[in-house]
Design a protein around this ligand. Structure first.
Ligand code: ZN
Length: 146
């Protein structure tokens, strides 16, 4: 799974989402977790702070000792928005809905699966994350009803 580019760079992150804005990060294992069907965040081994999107450094105590954890179980829908105009690279995808789920100790931002209709969405709705395989060997995740 450790795919390196010709330059020897670990650019796995290029496979994330419809449009890749960055290919090189210190959290490339995010892609390895997606490959295995998990959406993952990081947790600080020193102070316990949880991060999503994953961070390689703790913003609370500046530790670099981070561990991956899987986003599991049900989150509660906090907020959502239907996009009629897509940002650069996403124009072909509109309309789609972005949302924020609260998993207790952390929140996850992402897209609502197209199978979920706007009418079904309500504050507090239990939802979960599901890994998606996109054309062109790309990976992402979307929210579905729990
Ligand atoms: Zn910390």
């Amino acid at each position: 799974m450790g795919q390196k580019s010709e330059a020897g760079l670990d650019d796995r992150f290029r496979r994330f989402g419809t449009v890749g804005f960055t290919g090189i990060t210190r959290v490339n294992d995010f892609i390895a977790h997606l490959e295995e069907g998990r959406v993952a965040g990081t947790r600080c081994r020193d102070c316990g702070q949880v991060f999503f999107p994953p961070c390689a450094d703790c913003r609370s105590c500046f530790s670099r000792r981070m561990a991956w954890f899987a986003v599991e179980g049900e989150g509660r829908l906090v907020s959502w928005s239907r996009l009629a105009f897509g940002p650069a690279g996403f124009q072909e995808d509109v309309p789609y809905t972005i949302a924020l789920l609260d998993f207790g100790g952390y929140k996850v931002f992402g897209r609502v699966d197209r199978a979920v209709s706007e009418e079904e969405l309500a504050v507090g709705l239990p939802m979960k994350v599901r890994v998606e395989r996109l054309p062109g060997d790309r990976l992402s995740y979307a929210f579905v009803k729990a």
